[in-house]
Design a protein around this ligand. Structure first.
Ligand SMILES: Cc1cc2nc3c(=O)[nH]c(=O)nc-3n(C[C@H](O)[C@H](O)[C@H](O)COP(=O)(O)O)c2cc1C
Length: 209
């Protein structure tokens, strides 16, 4: 199970000044390398009780300094975000010996932005969102399929946007780029808000591997 990481090096002078520009370049690399689900990210949340939980969601956009995903507002993750908006994201690009780690604050996007994305979803995905009270305990597989069939009959044409479904935006305060290195001397470069000034510029720091 032990592999040597030899893919590349990460040097300060090669980084873009803005972490989103650097992230776009890395996402582009993951797409062009043919990684499965390159926009999948592991979202970590912790609710009022402080117990962490994580799950995979899909990055659906980068909008005005935020990472955006969509989900059910009654789900476990959404309930935890409502109680505590501090979240983490992990892009596990293992096949490229890379990961990107984000810490930040989550909030819902506007209804207009949610609707704009909703309208791009395939009908079956729209029906699936209506049919599932995400994260609740259900009986059998038949129950959820019957629920989806009923939604399909209720909305034979357009499927409206459910009021329990929304986009979320994560505004980062740190974004770490990790590149595996030889002899476990990995490169870790972390952008952190804190340069001061009107725009509170990003500072890049190297972390011990
Ligand atoms: C590759 C992949 C992508 C997923 N994308 C989403 C997504 O974008 N939104 C979502 O709500 N769930 C997505 N899921 C399902 C979630 O991982 C999770 O099961 C669901 O959101 C319920 O999570 P919760 O009970 O912790 O709220 C995805 C799962 C996988 C494996």
């Amino acid at each position: 199970m032990r592999r040597r990481y030899t893919s590349g090096r990460l040097i300060e002078r090669d980084l873009a000044p803005d972490p989103f520009d650097e992230f776009r370049a890395w996402l582009h690399d993951a797409v062009t390398k043919g990684l499965a689900e390159p926009n999948a990210m592991v979202l970590g949340t912790a609710g009022a009780d402080g117990r962490p939980s994580s799950r995979t969601v899909l990055l659906k956009g980068i909008d005005d300094g935020a990472f955006v995903f969509f989900t059910n507002t009654g789900s476990r993750k959404a309930t935890e975000i409502a109680a505590n908006p501090q979240v983490s994201l992990c892009f596990p690009w293992i096949a490229m010996e890379r990961q990107v780690l984000v810490c930040g604050v989550a909030s819902t996007v506007s209804r207009d932005a949610t609707l704009a994305y909703w309208l791009t979803r395939p009908r079956e995905s729209q029906i699936g969102a209506w049919a599932s009270h995400q994260s609740t305990v259900i009986g059998t597989r038949d129950d959820i399929e019957a629920s989806a069939a009923a939604v399909g009959e209720r909305y034979p044409d357009e499927v409206p946007l459910p009021d329990f479904w929304s986009g979320y935006r994560v505004v980062p305060d740190t974004v770490e780029f990790w590149q595996g290195g030889v002899a476990r001397l990995h490169d870790r470069l972390r952008y952190r808000r804190g340069g001061g000034g009107a725009d509170d510029a990003w500072v890049v720091e190297r972390l011990a591997p």
